[in-house]
Design a protein around this ligand. Sequence first.
Ligand SMILES: Nc1ncnc2c1ncn2[C@@H]1O[C@H](COP(=O)(O)OP(=O)(O)OP(=O)(O)O)[C@@H](O)[C@H]1O
Ligand SMILES: Nc1ccn([C@@H]2O[C@H](COP(=O)(O)O)[C@@H](O)[C@H]2O)c(=O)n1
Length: 212
Amino acid sequence: MIIAIDGPAASGKGTLGKRLAEHFGFAHLDTGLLYRAVARVLLDRNVPLEDREAAAEVARTLDVSHLDDSRLRGAAMGEAASMVSAYQPVRDALLAFQRQFGTRAPGAVLDGRDIGTVVCPDAEVKLFITAAPEERARRRHLELQSRGEQAEYEAILADIRRRDERDMNRSTAPLKPAEDALTLDTTHLDADAAFRAALDLVERKRSSTAGR
Ligand SMILES: Nc1ncnc2c1ncn2[C@@H]1O[C@H](COP(=O)(O)OP(=O)(O)OP(=O)(O)O)[C@@H](O)[C@H]1O
Ligand SMILES: Nc1ccn([C@@H]2O[C@H](COP(=O)(O)O)[C@@H](O)[C@H]2O)c(=O)n1
């Protein structure tokens, strides 16, 4: 059983993915971390993010055992990840790992931008999580403040808009809901309410397809 979660930056995909995975006892993969890790290696080696060949080689040889590295967090790495994720060979190189993850028993939750459309097109449940950019920026601002990081609301909002724009308009695996995705707008839902709404969608979808 696979639950695919897609949506724009800071929409709450990861939070929901983690909670749904805990609820069902499934494995969870935040696939954005893979692209962040590729960007991190390039920056560590002082290789320009525009170097597509180098990015692809890093993706092909990526060590996925350090995705919990706190240096992968933050707006700058999100922006860098968004740049390298637009390269088709980078995406190709990361595909097998994600698909393999999706075979984990008893199930897996993957969140990202192209899970329902490209990585796991046959996922039993596909959610597309959205929220207004201003609300997403507000949440991210709070998150950064709680971690004691300097952050300007307007800069965060601009980053979110820029990243959404790039992710939605790239030629390879653009961010968009799969045709059979269930969309959940969490603009006016707190984290608990969003979880209950998402769980309800998952349960309904599972019962409507049970026995097929
Ligand atoms: N419904 C909600 N109401 C309020 N805050 C929320 C809600 N959902 C998530 N958050 C908070 O918003 C921030 C962004 O959430 P999260 O990291 O889950 O988003 P994301 O879509 O996975 O982000 P990214 O695209 O950067 O990976 C976090 O601080 C999280 O705790
Ligand atoms: N399946 C995915 C996941 C992520 N990306 C790109 O990585 C950037 C960072 O992702 P976060 O979820 O950690 O914010 C994101 O802006 C995308 O460009 C992707 O392309 N596909």
